[in-house]
Design a protein around this ligand. Structure first.
Ligand SMILES: [Zn+2]
Length: 391
């Protein structure tokens, strides 16, 4: 097999994402949603316990005015002690709705309508829908005030929904969100994906930090079978920032070939809880740090839902040249285009000896010799009177 004949599945993953930035060509027509300078404390699509973060969190004290991003109307208001607390849904531009969460209070005349309904139904928790002519506002009008309802610490959760089915990064409206720091890639992990897989003569994942000598061009990681790549990373908006943000664009290259790409621009609301497909929760628990997958397999059905390839980013030794050193390049970019990368060198190397041998001991038991150089493993298996086979 020549290097030219190496075929890696190059299906590019665009999930949870639709690239819709082009829908918002006019980047000047939208009003930013609070007055003055701002920073964000959480980014779009960030990992949350059992879901993706559907918006951005804007740092704000209690009582800061929330401004209508365009001419539009309040289409929904909900009040709850949990989740988004006091939440306001502001519809504009036909298909877009901004969701503002954790408000301390609504502006007039919204708050009056809410109070009337609360008295009428004699309960605090309500969920009200409004028609376009009921609560119309102009661009820049104050529609509510920031707070911490449902969240604790005051901040503004700002989410953008399209057609009621998809959440979109509010940055596509053209807002300039300050971030001057490139993401930091902490560790890269190589994960066995097939039964015949070996990574450095083990059937286990290996985690490679930037200071390790393994994975360098001098000491490439030896592997066989199919492997996947995962990485832990975070982004900061400023050097002083203590809020670790998520990333916008994740890419994996095998030498010069892009074999996996994931862009956090939008995702369907029905997939918001599918965070376990893109993050390896088991690995994250063991390592104490979140690992994001840079591959898909047929057992991760989120990708099949969108008609994507079932094996994107999978590195298969059988499709590579044995003994040749390859470069895996993990690239992570933030929402302002600053990027970082790590290179891990790998070499497909067939294990010297792997075979299993069944030797009958008597009519009810046998010895399975699994000879794996340099380690030898012997398994004893006994036939049970109640079942066909017990090992
Ligand atoms: Zn939030």
């Amino acid at each position: 097999m020549t290097a030219k004949s190496v075929q890696i599945n190059r299906v590019i993953l665009l999930l949870p994402l639709l690239i819709i930035s082009s829908l918002f060509a006019d980047t000047t027509k939208y009003q930013w949603v609070i007055p003055g300078h701002f920073t964000i404390t959480s980014s779009f699509g960030e990992f949350r316990h059992l879901h993706f973060h559907g918006g951005i969190d804007v740092r704000a004290a209690e009582g800061v005015p929330i401004l209508a991003p365009a001419d539009g109307w309040v289409s929904r208001v909900s009040v709850s002690p949990w989740f988004y607390g006091k939440a306001l849904y502001f519809s504009f531009d036909d298909s877009l709705t901004a969701v503002f969460g954790h408000l301390s209070r609504f502006a007039e005349p919204i708050s009056r309508k809410v109070l009337i309904k609360q008295y009428k139904y004699r309960k605090y928790c309500i969920d009200l829908l409004f028609k376009p002519d009921e609560l119309a506002f102009k661009k820049g009008d104050t529609i509510g005030f920031t707070g911490g309802t449902g969240a604790g610490k005051p901040h503004l959760h700002f989410e953008l929904r399209k057609n009621g089915t998809t959440v979109v990064n509010p940055k596509v409206l053209g807002y300039d969100i300050y971030d001057k720091i490139s993401p930091i890639i902490k560790d890269v992990a190589l994960i066995p994906l097939s039964g015949d897989c070996w990574i450095e003569e083990q059937l286990l994942p290996i985690v490679i930090s930037s200071s390790d000598s393994i994975g360098t061009i001098e000491h490439p990681v030896r592997f066989w079978g199919k492997i996947g790549v995962e990485a832990s990373f975070y982004d900061l908006a400023t050097p002083e920032s203590r809020n670790r943000l998520g990333a916008h664009e994740l890419e994996l290259f095998l030498d010069d070939s892009l074999i996996f790409r994931c862009v956090y621009d939008s995702f369907q609301l029905r997939l918001t809880r599918a965070v376990g497909f893109l993050y390896d929760l088991e690995m994250s628990e063991k390592a104490g740090w979140r690992f994001h997958r840079f591959f898909t397999t047929s057992s991760l059905p989120i990708y099949q839902l969108d008609g994507m390839g079932s094996e994107s980013g999978v590195v298969d030794a059988l499709r590579m040249v044995e003994g040749k050193v390859y470069c895996l390049r993990v690239a992570v970019a933030d929402f302002n285009g600053h990027s970082s990368h790590r290179e891990i060198f790998i070499v497909p190397a067939k294990p010297e000896k792997v075979f299993a041998n069944l030797e009958p001991v008597d009519s009810n038991s046998c010895v399975i010799k699994l000879d794996i150089s340099p380690n030898n493993v012997t398994l004893f298996a006994t036939r049970s009177p109640d079942s066909d086979f017990v090992a």
